[in-house]
Structure formats: structure tokens, C-alpha cells
Design a protein around this ligand. Sequence first.
Ligand code: NIG
Ligand code: FE
Length: 412
Amino acid sequence: MKTLIKNIKELVQVERTPRRMVKGAEMSKIESVKDAYLVVENGRFVAFGPMSELPEGTFDSEIDAAGRMVFPAFCDSHTHLVYAGSREIEYCDKIRGLSYEEIAKRGGGILNSAKRVQEATEDELYTDAMQRLDEMAAYGTGAVEIKSGYGMTTEAELKMLRVIRRLKETSPLTIKATLLGAHGIPMEYRGRQDKFVDLVVSEMIPQAAAEGLADFVDVFCDQGFFTVEDTDRMLEAGAKYGLRAKIHANELAYSGGIQCAVRHNALSCDHLEYTGDAEIESLKGSETMPTVLPGAAFFLNMVHAPVRKMMDAGLPVAMASDCNPGSSPSGNMQLILSMACVNYRMLPEEAINATTINSAYAMDVVDQLGSIAVGKKANFFITKPIPTCEFMPYSYGSNKVEKMFLNGKLLS
Ligand code: NIG
Ligand code: FE
């Protein structure tokens, strides 16, 4: 099945020589082709270029984009989208002045979601998560990393990971699974947190690995949650089972989490509100993608990660939705683009690189996704009629996706 998309006003984020990530000053550049065509065959991009160079030949189907733009699908490299219920009451508590840590201390927050996940069936979790995935795809997302982390027991963590496996098998989106055994400290382990770390190391990681349920391992390494020493133990255990780290770091304090991520050659370290010179220095020359989560900073009304400083230091930056019921109940990556520009003063091109190629790296799918390049998976969208590329972040809140394609197939 060979499909031609013709008369594309602008084909955005094309690559002739695919890269692994985009860093520093390079982030402000996007290659695109004006008045373009794109050919998709067997779920992959096979050719693109200007209309003036459209090769002769026949196609099984043709789509006239009629002046609309084409973008590669967003890659959302950090979500918690398997969960049960919502947490709008805590949202109101936060408006009244309680902090994220105060809510967590009294058994709310992550533990509140954990209770509901423990009570939910796999079918319920699967149905809810699938609905969220469908909505995210409708807004242009083509790949999603999903974490466990609302289990708190081995049984419930494995249940969450099995739900993610089922989503992988049945959803047209590309999905990666992360074991986040150490997301919160259950009440019964308060004051003896090391015993909970023992459980993660001796049960959760080996059992998840034995069933092949996880691609990565994650830890919430921050003030009031897990220490650097705890994190070292869990990441070492993960590495023994071939699970690369992706960690939550420096959201609440200068916790040492970023340096810890780099020491363990983590694929990414995420949140990063508390990033200073020492943290930036440690990230330089590393293989760890600094990943910022604008939705969580917006929703929790937090300080913003120093994204400009990071890019000025030559670092790459990725951005993801962090979709979860507590700190970011939205998986809308178009909104993330707008937040990147407004709250972090990123240029639209920088924001697009952060949500496509760099976030693809941060979930280890950059060889397949994150740009329009020959041989990559045909996950892309045709926009509604929009005047410019910059209109994407500018026109915040409305859906600019008209037709979404996953594996070359139009989503209905
Ligand atoms: O990434 N920071 C830690 N974990 C999640 C929040 C999860 C929750 O509050 O349920 C996050 O923001
Ligand atoms: Fe998170």
C-alpha cells in the first residue's frame, strides 16, 4: 500500500541524515520543505521532497493536503497514564495553599492513587488508559512512555505493567513501559524506607524483568521521597536486569538526583526545576536527556526549570506531558508546545525539537520516530489550515490536528 500526500504547504522536521538528538544552539533550527510531497509505504516514510520533484509513478491512494502542513507525531517520553480515578479535591487543597509534599505526608497524593489502583481490575485500568491514549493521539501524539508507580506492592506494580503490556499489544501508538516501583513511600514503611527499597530491589525489579514487562526503571529521587543512596541501589539492581534508568529528579529540591542520573548513564532525568550550575556541568557530555515537564510546573505552580540556561550551555532539552492524576492531568502535547514558548521562553522551533526528536531519544525510539526521515515509522499528522509553523504554539488550547496517521494508517 503506497500513499502519496501532495500539496503540503510545509513538511516540518524532515531529516536527510537522522540524528540522535538536537543540542544547544542547534535546537533553534528545524528543517522543512515548502510545497512538498510525502510518500508512505507499509507504515514507513519512503520519500519526500518539493512538489516540483515529485517522481513519476502510481500510488494506491492519494491525499491532497491542499495547503495544510504536516508534522511528525509528538513523542511523549514521560507519562503515568495508567491510573484509577481523579484527584480534583487535592487540586482544591493546593489552591488553598497546601504544598505537594504536605499532601503526600498526610497520605494523599501518590498514595491516594495507589489505593485506587490496588482496588481496580486490570480491565478497568486498561479501558481508562486506552481512552486517554486515544485522546492523546487525536492531539498529535504517536509514541508514549508509560510508568507504573501507583502500585506500591509487587502485585499491584506487576498489574500496572501488565496493563501497559496489553496497551502495547493493542494500541497503534508506540509504547514503552517503565517500572517506577519507588514512586512514594507506603505508610507502613514510613521510618524504615530502606525496607521498601529492599522490596523494590529483591522483588519488583527481578519479577518485572522475568516477565519482560519493563523497558526502563525509574525512581522518584527527591526531597521527602527517595534519597540518592536509595536510588543508587535501585538503579544498580535495574542495570543488572538490563533496565536502563529514567529518573524523576530535582523537582522539589537540589536533591543530587541529576548527578545520580548521569552517574548511572540514565536515558533521561526528568522535571529539573532545581537545576543549578553543578547540575548543568554534570549533564554536559553525558548521554542523559534533560527532560522538562511543563504541565506539572504549570499545574503545581512551581518555579520553572532554567531551560534557556541549559540550551546556552550546549545541552539538549526534551519536553513531555507527565500526564498523571496528581500533577498534570493532561496529555495534550500541543499545550506543552505553548507552555514551552510562554513559560520557558523557547522559540517554536526549540519547542518542536524538544517534543519530537529529543523526546524520542528520551524514550529510546529515535531510530524509529521523532522526525520525518526515510525509513522511519509513518506517525504524523496533517494540520487544519494554519498560516505558519509558529501558529502551532501560538494558538494555544485549540486542536490543530485534522488527520492523524499511525503506522501509515489514518486514525478514524
Ligand atoms: O511526575 N513527581 C512525581 N510523580 C509524578 C506525580 C504523581 C502524582 O502526584 O500522582 C510526577 O509529577
Ligand atoms: Fe512523573
